[in-house]
Design a protein. Structure first.
Length: 404
């Protein structure tokens, strides 16, 4: 932006701030806890206890060492001492870096909030609350970064150069390539939206060119592959066979046999289960219309057992509008899956509730189902998304298929 008197410049510049400052050898409490938690189960309470210990050390200006550990844990029960001891070993393995308090969250300028909220409200490509929350978080991070840069005397605005600096800032602070590229995508879409609103924002030619420069900012190179693991066929059988709760088993069957997303499971009504035609009618994420997919025999049997136990089988006409699972939330599904994976020794890095959807796609391909039919079953918008499973299958069989 070049005209400081322009209304759009004031709006965009007031829209400023970022995740933290410049790269540093020091870690904030949240950063080091995030690294500590990376190899722990999602449901672990170790990070929470470790964070309490760090805050205690900072509050009393104690070193993070055996002495402060002894003081903090003196009156704690063993189940709280163990997480902190593990963290202390982790901290020592990192070379005992300096740790500082998390920066206080800056309040986003009003103009920035108005710009972001209006963009999010009018962006037709954002489907569902989750996508809107993600984009809001990304844009807030950028505008906070701009604000911090301006307060330190640096030139910063919604421009190609500043966005490029922001990408480097995220990379220096350990953000994954996936997250960096997601944030960049949000900024590029905001720039496009501003250009379309050029008359209302009163943008001049120089400002429009500055916004267009954002499209030339390149993200981080990342291999296009799934970041989620998947189960082998025997592991899926082990998981389903070991679940004692029919309700939990029904949820796992919809995820691991049908490939539904967690949000799609919460939306299922009894009328969506067509046992006669062997079809499930799915309301996908961000969709207003349902799509029919194959209702597999194994899943049908589990659904009948669950409904019979609940006194809802056979399904009566007056019940058809009822939800299959009353008051079920996506976070509850993730908890159920993590619990069952842990109990059966199947929890590993990259394994989550969404991994069961990947499991379905992977196993269907391995059973010889065509790529196009797997795409239709999983309801991927493009065949390219489904082709990732083929790449994974190729990697898996590479050593066995290559001649000696």
């Amino acid at each position: 932006m070049t005209d400081p008197s322009s209304k759009s410049v004031r709006v965009v510049r007031a829209a400023a701030s970022a995740a933290v400052g410049k790269a540093s050898t020091r870690y904030t409490v949240s950063q080091i806890i995030r690294y500590f938690a990376a190899d722990l189960p999602a449901s672990s309470n170790y990070p929470r206890h470790a964070k309490s210990y760090l805050l205690y050390c900072l509050e009393h200006d104690f070193s993070i060492d055996g002495m402060s550990f002894a003081r903090f844990t003196a009156d704690l029960p063993p189940n709280r001492v163990s997480p902190i001891r593990k963290f202390l070993l982790f901290y020592q393995s990192m070379g005992q870096p300096a740790v500082m308090a998390d920066p206080k969250t800056a309040r986003l300028p009003v103009a920035a909030n108005e710009l972001i909220l209006r963009f999010i409200r009018e962006a037709k490509n954002l489907r569902g609350d989750r996508s809107k929350e993600t984009y809001t978080k990304a844009l807030n991070a950028f505008f906070l970064y701009v604000d911090n840069q301006q307060q330190s005397g640096q030139l910063a605005s919604l421009s190609g150069q500043t966005v490029s600096d922001f990408v480097q800032h995220l990379k220096d602070n350990g953000y994954s390539a996936f997250t960096v590229n997601l944030y960049l995508s949000a900024l590029k879409q905001l720039a496009v939206w501003c250009i379309r609103q050029r008359e209302q924002l009163q943008l001049n030619t120089d400002q429009l060119n500055t916004l267009r420069d954002i499209q030339d900012v390149r993200g981080l190179a990342v291999e296009r592959t799934f970041y989620k693991d998947s189960l082998e066929a025997n592991e899926r059988e082990q998981l389903l066979a070991g679940v004692t709760s029919l309700r939990d088993k029904a949820i796992l069957a919809l995820l691991g046999l049908e490939g539904l997303r967690t949000v799609e499971v919460t939306r299922l009504r009894l009328s969506d289960l067509d046992f006669d035609r062997q079809q499930l009618h799915i309301l996908g994420k961000g969709r207003n219309t349902k799509k029919a997919i194959k209702f597999f025999a194994g899943c049908r049997l589990i659904m009948q057992e669950y409904l019979a136990e609940a006194g809802r089988w056979p399904i009566r006409a007056d019940q058809r509008g009822e939800f299959l699972f009353q008051d079920l939330k996506t976070h509850q599904i993730r908890y159920i899956v993590d619990k069952q994976l842990n109990q059966h020794g199947l929890k590993r890095t990259g394994m989550s509730a969404h991994s069961l959807r990947h499991t379905v796609g992977q196993l269907l391909l391995e059973e010889g189902v065509s790529l196009e039919h797997v795409q239709q079953h999983l309801r991927h918008e493009t065949l390219e998304t489904t082709q990732f499973y083929t790449k994974k299958k190729t990697r898996k069989t590479y050593l066995q298929q290559m001649p000696d």
